[in-house]
Design a protein around this ligand. Structure first.
Ligand code: COA
Length: 260
């Protein structure tokens, strides 16, 4: 599958999507957001894909934000469209993916780049990663869900500080705050993401999809997450994956999940 602004690579159940505008530090312009939308949608539909990894090309940046040059002349109506697209076509799509999405944060992860990473289920960073929501330094606020997902991940007080100062946090600080799950040397970044993906792929993909749905329910207005969990839990009992998982345990063998 080919795209102008990203590289799409599926190998042994893992789809790696590499945002590929290194000369612009992988900034998200309109075309890149739409390519990401198409790539993530394709990975969702591909039954051979079990886990998605999103990263940036080059060694300097994951994504240095939304493309500032592109939006600098936008009207209010265009700005609304930009934010709406960032939510529905990109970040919500990733967050609600039925397949786990891992952000491999390999450098600058700023503005819309951090918002993209925060919509992924898991973030793994290289030592050189730097994260910030610097929008207020441009006279604007985060518009791809950053004001909502950052407090969810690191707490309200720290989110207020990061957003109001616009200051960058390094990988170790991001780890201490719970903004990323792991920090490794740059050369170990993709191997660690693949080893996490490998562990996930040994489990029931149906159960993982249900777990994603139940966890996300906690953050949806008007949705009772506990009830979603009860429903999703009971639905698992009607799957062949459940029969296989429990019978493998009882018979002391490794489960081989059929995925239905
Ligand atoms: N939008 C558009 N272009 C961007 C960009 C963005 N968010 N971030 C970087 N670029 C472009 C630069 O304009 C430059 O392009 P040019 O060579 O055509 O001038 C290229 O990427 C390299 O960036 P540069 O600023 O020269 O690299 P640097 O190492 O000096 O600085 C950063 C790196 C990340 C500190 C700096 O690029 C930066 O502050 N970027 C904007 C971050 C931001 O505010 N993001 C939030 C947007 S909402």
């Amino acid at each position: 599958m080919t795209f102008n602004n990203l590289i799409y690579h599926l190998d042994q159940g893992v789809t790696t999507i590499t945002i590929n505008r290194p000369d612009k530090l992988n900034a998200l312009n309109y075309d890149t957001v739409m390519d990401l939308n198409a790539a993530i949608t394709a990975a969702q539909k591909d039954v051979t894909c079990k886990v998605i990894i999103i990263t940036g090309s080059g060694e300097k940046a994951f994504v240095a934000g939304a493309d500032i040059k592109e939006f600098s002349e936008y009207s209010m109506a265009q700005a609304r469209g930009l934010a709406q697209r960032g939510h529905s076509e990109l970040c919500d799509l990733i967050e609600q993916s039925t397949k786990p999405v891992i952000a491999a944060v390999n450098g600058f992860c700023l503005g819309g780049g951090l918002e993209l990473a925060m919509s992924c289920h898991i973030r793994v960073a290289s030592e050189n990663a730097k994260m910030a929501l610097p929008e207020v330094s441009l006279g604007v606020i985060p518009g791809y869900g950053g004001t909502q997902r950052l407090p969810q991940l690191i707490g309200k007080g720290r989110a207020f500080e990061m957003i109001m100062t616009g200051g960058m946090v390094d990988a170790q600080k991001a780890l201490a705050m719970g903004l990323v799950n792991h920090v490794v040397e740059q050369e170990s970044l993709m191997p660690l993401c693949h080893s996490i993906a490998e562990k996930m792929m040994g489990n029931s993909s149906l159960a993982i999809a249900s777990a994603i749905k139940a966890i996300n329910a906690n953050y949806q207005d008007g949705v009772n997450g506990y009830q979603v969990e009860i429903d999703a839990f009971s639905e698992c009992f009607n799957t062949n994956d459940f029969k296989e998982g429990t019978s493998a345990f009882i018979n002391k063998r490794k489960a081989n999940f059929p995925g239905n």
